[in-house]
Ligand binder design. Structure first.
Ligand SMILES: [Zn+2]
Length: 167
């Protein structure tokens, strides 16, 4: 941080992303979570976008829950896979922290060989889950194939994120 004579300064926020060449380089536990996310895509209801998203979350008690995107003809009603999984955790395992989430997708229109990442709304929901339990949620991201990205916390994807600590 350098102070200039004009009374301004620049803050630089860095995010470390761990990149795996493929899931084979990950731990067995993380491979399993990603495999669960891929399996979750089978339950995607995405007749409009043809974009199937699967998420799997690992709870602190070892339980894995799946979520998939659920679309609606009224587009604004669509719910992302990540928030489906997080809401399942909130409704069935209230009080149990989520320690990791894996997200993956497949598109009917083109090959997804780059990791996909949670949308802004899902990042906010992940941040809420972290704030609620005072924990960090590892996020594992992959496309249909290719490299896997991993960050240590939802806040790594939501710099200057808003949470309950300011209220
Ligand atoms: Zn989302």
């Amino acid at each position: 941080m350098e102070h200039s004579k004009t009374g301004t300064r620049e803050l630089v926020i860095k995010t470390a992303i761990k990149v795996y060449d493929s899931p084979a380089s990950m731990t067995q536990a993380d491979q399993k979570l990603l495999a669960e996310a891929k399996a979750a895509m089978e339950d995607s209801y995405s007749p409009y976008s043809q974009f199937k998203v699967g998420a799997a979350i690992l709870l602190d008690n070892g339980i894995i829950l799946r979520g998939s995107n659920q679309e609606n003809a009224a587009y604004t009603m669509c719910i992302c896979a990540e928030r489906v999984a997080l809401a399942t955790a909130d409704s069935q395992f209230q009080g149990v922290p989520v320690v990791a989430i894996a997200v993956t997708a497949t598109s009917k229109n083109h090959a997804l060989n780059k990791p996909i990442s949670p949308c802004g709304a899902c990042r906010q929901s992940i941040a809420e889950a972290e704030y609620k339990h005072n924990t960090k949620m590892k996020i594992i991201m992959q496309g249909e194939t290719g490299e896997v990205y991993e960050v240590r916390s939802g806040m790594d994807l939501l710099p200057l994120g808003f949470d309950g600590s300011v209220l």
